[in-house]
Structure formats: structure tokens, C-alpha cells
Design a protein around this ligand. Structure first.
Ligand code: NAD
Length: 485
């Protein structure tokens, strides 16, 4: 796929701008290592300008007094524009992040659906009347937080940007989005489409640059009322420290080391495919990757044989090629990190069943590709058994009974997501209730909708995205008491 080198600007106060210093960053295609775009490298000054623009827009009558139904119509229009531009958006995402075009198309469709879903909720954010002693009226108002900052990682650039922008805008906030320095292209396009859809100037701002400089400036700004951070736990902790100084409201969507449990009575054909796709989709670079597979001992040998055979048949290549089943990792540095984990696994005594190397195809040398990798006999004490590897590495472990597998599944600091495969309804619900995670998928893996809450327990986060309840995190509640006597 050839994507022409694009020289892009960032969106501040409704204008397309360079950074205050004039600095720019090159954006790479991870399947070839080629530069595909240049974007401004924003400075602290640019971060402040974006927050100031959002603050001014929040106070402007054009936005503050806008009928909530009209806000909904703008978001509906934005959803339509995302759909109309879905080919371009999907190509941008694939060329920038590396995932297959099929996955990118799915992410773009998901983003459109998120805008549409929250568009419908914009005029349904309701307060309540509360019964109090007589001769009084007591009610609550649900008000927007104000200026919200959205810090987005690189693994699902358009889907994750949209899942938090949609409720923020629906609730009447004004926003500053900072995409990952690696993958800013679709975020900039969303900024363009939001303007086209009718968001007034300054309601939506997109600044491109590093986390250390522009990200930290945004989350430390006293003029910011809410931060939605999606990324690693280490950065999340830094963001929370910065937010604590200003008592800024935070939502944290962090990492995972997710258990995927297969019981003996499961539909094994479907389960094998789901365990494979649950880790190798997006080259395993997913917070909700099913990175730890627990397989019942009575089916273990056959299951693992089939899993390795299906994995070895996977076609690795540039995401833009129709037949590709797994694209590259997002960067060379990520490739090195994951290879380091493979070394750790081998030296810790886990059994390498498949993969663990760069592919031998010389055509892929310039990209950051890695073979899909499967380890067996992994324990929770091993580094590969407890760290979030964030790459195409599956850790497989055998289990004897339900109590044992629930204990192993919960033996991690993370608590994002889990999968259960069984045809025994009672067992499925029992295990779902005992897993210490924010989401469980039964007889299916990797499933989320804009209308279903998504969030982590334990070190995987605070708060929820998606669903009606997400609006709680983008609004504040005011109580009004009126004495009528
Ligand atoms: P990261 O923490 O390195 O970066 C995330 C974002 O934070 C980037 O935009 C980065 O520029 C910014 N950033 C870095 N330092 C910052 C600072 N000091 N202040 C403010 N912003 C800063 O994470 P990543 O490598 O981009 O993404 C991978 C991580 O994201 C994984 O741990 C993954 O599990 C997690 N993730 C979680 C979810 C979820 O919904 N729970 C979804 C996707 C990814």
C-alpha cells in the first residue's frame, strides 16, 4: 500500500497549526519502517493553548447554551462522516499502527457506532427530583465537567479516541485529545471530521506530541476538569500523581494479563480459534488480549496440538495485504521488548512450543514483525506469566479443577477481562462471578459494544468506558434545594 507522505498540522481553537517551536515528528509505517507522515511536535506552550481554547469554548454561549438535541445531531453527523470516510480512515490506521485492514475497518465501524450511540444519549442525561420534608423542591442537575483531556495509546487509535470523545461531547464537555506519538493520524482526521460535523471552534482540539512533554503538561494543567487516560499502569500512576495536585477527576483504562479458560465440555473447535485470535489479533497488542490460556487437563494435549497447528498456519505480513492474518508490532522498540520476554520465558523454564523469533521471510526484514509465539508450562511466578507482554505471546497452563483455575486466573495484579468456555451454564456463571476482572466473555472472546461497560478491576483501572454509565464520568452532579414555604 502506498500512502503519500502527509505533512499534517494539529487542531487548536478550530485552526490547523504547527507547534509553537516549529518542531515536527516523523510517523512511520511499522511494516516497512518508511516515513509516511510528519506531524507537529507540540510543546508545553501548545498544550496550554489547547486547554485555553477548550476552556474558552466551554464558556461560550454557542456551546454552553446549545440544545442537547443539537449536540446529539452533531455527533450523529460525525458518525456518518466517519462511515463515509471509512476506507481512508482504515488505510491510515493500518499504515500507521500495522494491524490488518480487516481489523482497521472493524475499528472504524466501531468508532462510528460509538459516536452514534452517545449521540442518542445527549438529550437523555437526566437529573432527578428527590423527596424531602414538605414545602421544598429538591432536585439534581447533571452538568458537564468542563474541559476534558483524552490521552490515547497507539494500539486502537481511532476506536479508543472515539470511545471517550463521544460521551465527553455528548455530555457537553470541550475536549483536548492527545493521541500516541506513534499513531496520531486517524486522531487528526477525527478532528477534521468533528469540525465538518459542526462542533464549534475550540470544542475539539487535537495536539500531537510526546507524553513526557505535551501529555504531562496537559494532565498537570489546573484548567483541566477531567482526564481520561488509556495506557500503561506506569504512566497511569504518573498521570494520577499529576491529577492529585489539582484534584482533577480521572478515568484510568490500563493494562491486563487476561485469563482465557477452556473447560473440557466446551465447543473445542470454536475455543481453539478464539484462544488463537484472542492473543494474535493486533499482534497481541491489546489490553484485553487473552494472554494466559488455561486448558483443562483432560483436553490439554489435543487442544494445544490444534492450537499450535493453526498458529503455525497464520500468514504474517503487512496489514494492507488481503491475505495477512497478523501484521507487525507497532515499532522496533516494541519488537525488542517482546523478544526480551521470549528470552526470559526460555530462561525461566517455560516450554517454547512455537515462534519466538523474527519471521524468516526477507521481505519482512524492514518491518517490526514477530512470529506468533506460544509457551507452555507457564506459572504465575514467571515474568512472562505475570507481566503484560503486549505482544503476540501466549502463555498456556494446564488445570485440574475449577477452584484451581479460578485461583490461578486471579493470581495477577491486573483485572481487566477474562474468557470462559463451557457448555455448562451453571459453571459459566459461577466462574464469571469469581473472576476478579471488569468484564467476562462466555463462549466468545474479544467482544465489546459501545453500549456495554468496559473497565478494569485491581491495577487495570478506575471507572468505565462505554455504556450509559460512562456518562457518570463525564458529568458532575449538583443538588438544588428550594424552600417553598
Ligand atoms: P503508554 O502509557 O506508554 O502511553 C499512553 C499514552 O500516554 C500515550 O499517548 C503517551 O504519549 C502518553 N503519556 C506518556 N507519558 C505521559 C505522561 N507522563 N503524562 C501524560 N501522558 C503521557 O501506553 P502505550 O504503550 O501507548 O499503550 C499500551 C498500554 O495501554 C498497555 O498497557 C495497554 O494494556 C493499555 N491499554 C489499555 C486499554 C484499556 O481500555 N484498559 C486499552 C488500550 C491500551
Amino acid at each position: 500500500m502506498t500512502v503519500q507522505l502527509q505533512k499534517m498540522k494539529m487542531l487548536v481553537a478550530g485552526e490547523w497549526k504547527d507547534s509553537a517551536t516549529g518542531a515536527r515528528s516523523s510517523i512511520l509505517d511499522p511494516s516497512s519502517g518508511e516515513i509516511i507522515a510528519e506531524v507537529p511536535r507540540a510543546s508545553k506552550q501548545d498544550a496550554k493553548a489547547a486547554v485555553d481554547a477548550a476552556r474558552a469554548a466551554f464558556g461560550s454561549p454557542e456551546w454552553r447554551d446549545m440544545d442537547s438535541g443539537k449536540r446529539g445531531r452533531i455527533l450523529t453527523k460525525l458518525a456518518g462522516l466517519v462511515r463515509e470516510n471509512s476506507d481512508e480512515l482504515a488505510r491510515l490506521e493500518t499504515s500507521n499502527e500495522g494491524k490488518t485492514l480487516r481489523e482497521s475497518k472493524g475499528d472504524v465501524a466501531w468508532a462510528a457506532r460509538a459516536f452514534e450511540y452517545f449521540a442518542g444519549l445527549a438529550d437523555k442525561i437526566e437529573g432527578e427530583t428527590i423527596p424531602v420534608p414538605p414545602k421544598r423542591l429538591n432536585y439534581t442537575l447533571k452538568e458537564p465537567l468542563g474541559v476534558t483531556v483524552h490521552i490515547v495509546p497507539w494500539n486502537y487509535p481511532i476506536a479508543l479516541a472515539s470511545r471517550s470523545l463521544a460521551p465527553a461531547l455528548a455530555a457537553g464537555n470541550t475536549v483536548v485529545m492527545k493521541p500516541s506519538e506513534l499513531t496520531p493520524l486517524t486522531a487528526l482526521k477525527i478532528g477534521e471530521l468533528a469540525l465538518k460535523a459542526g462542533t464549534p471552534k475550540g470544542v475539539m482540539n487535537v495536539v500531537t506530541g510526546s507524553g513526557a512533554e505535551v501529555g504531562s503538561a496537559l494532565v498537570s494543567d489546573k484548567n483541566v476538569d477531567g482526564i481520561v487516560f488509556t495506557g500503561s499502569g506506569d504512566t497511569g500512576r504518573q498521570v494520577m500523581e499529576a491529577a492529585a495536585k489539582n484534584i482533577t477527576h480521572v478515568v484510568m483504562e490500563l493494562g491486563g494479563k487476561n485469563p482465557h479458560i477452556v473447560f473440557a465440555d466446551a465447543d473445542l473447535q470454536r475455543a481453539v480459534k478464539a484462544v488463537k485470535d484472542g492473543i494474535f489479533t493486533n499482534a497481541g497488542q491489546m489490553c484485553w488480549a487473552g494472554s494466559r490460556a488455561f486448558i483443562h487437563e483432560s483436553i490439554y494435549d489435543g487442544f494445544v496440538k490444534d492450537l499450535v497447528s493453526k498458529t503455525s498456519a497464520m500468514k504474517i505480513g503487512p496489514g494492507s495485504e488481503e491475505t495477512t492474518e497478523m501484521g507487525p508490532l507497532v515499532s522496533k522498540s516494541r519488537q525488542e521488548t517482546v523478544l526480551g520476554y521470549v528470552k526470559d520465558g526460555v530462561s525461566e523454564g517455560a516450554k517454547l512450543l512455537y515462534g519466538g523469533k523474527r519471521p524468516s521471510d526477507p521481505r519482512l526484514d524492514k518491518g517490526s514483525f514477530l512470529e506468533p509465539t506460544i509457551f507452555a508450562d507457564v506459572t504465575g511466578e514467571m515474568k512472562i506469566g505475570c507481566d503484560e507482554i503486549f505482544g503476540p505471546v501466549l502463555c498456556v497452563t494446564k488445570f485440574k479443577n475449577t477452584d484451581e483455575v479460578v485461583a490461578m486466573a486471579n493470581e495477577t495484579d491486573y483485572g481487566l477481562y477474562g474468557g470462559v468456555w463451557t457448555n455448562n451454564l451453571k459453571l459459566a456463571h459461577d466462574v464469571a462471578s469469581r473472576l476478579e476482572v471488569g468484564g467476562v466473555a462466555i463462549n466468545e472472546y474479544l467482544v465489546t459494544f459501545p453500549q456495554t461497560p468496559f473497565g478494569g478491576y485491581k491495577d487495570s483501572g478506575i471507572g468505565h468506558e462505554n455504556g450509559v454509565r460512562a456518562l457518570e464520568y463525564y458529568t458532575r452532579t449538583k443538588n438544588v434545594s428550594v424552600n417553598l414555604s
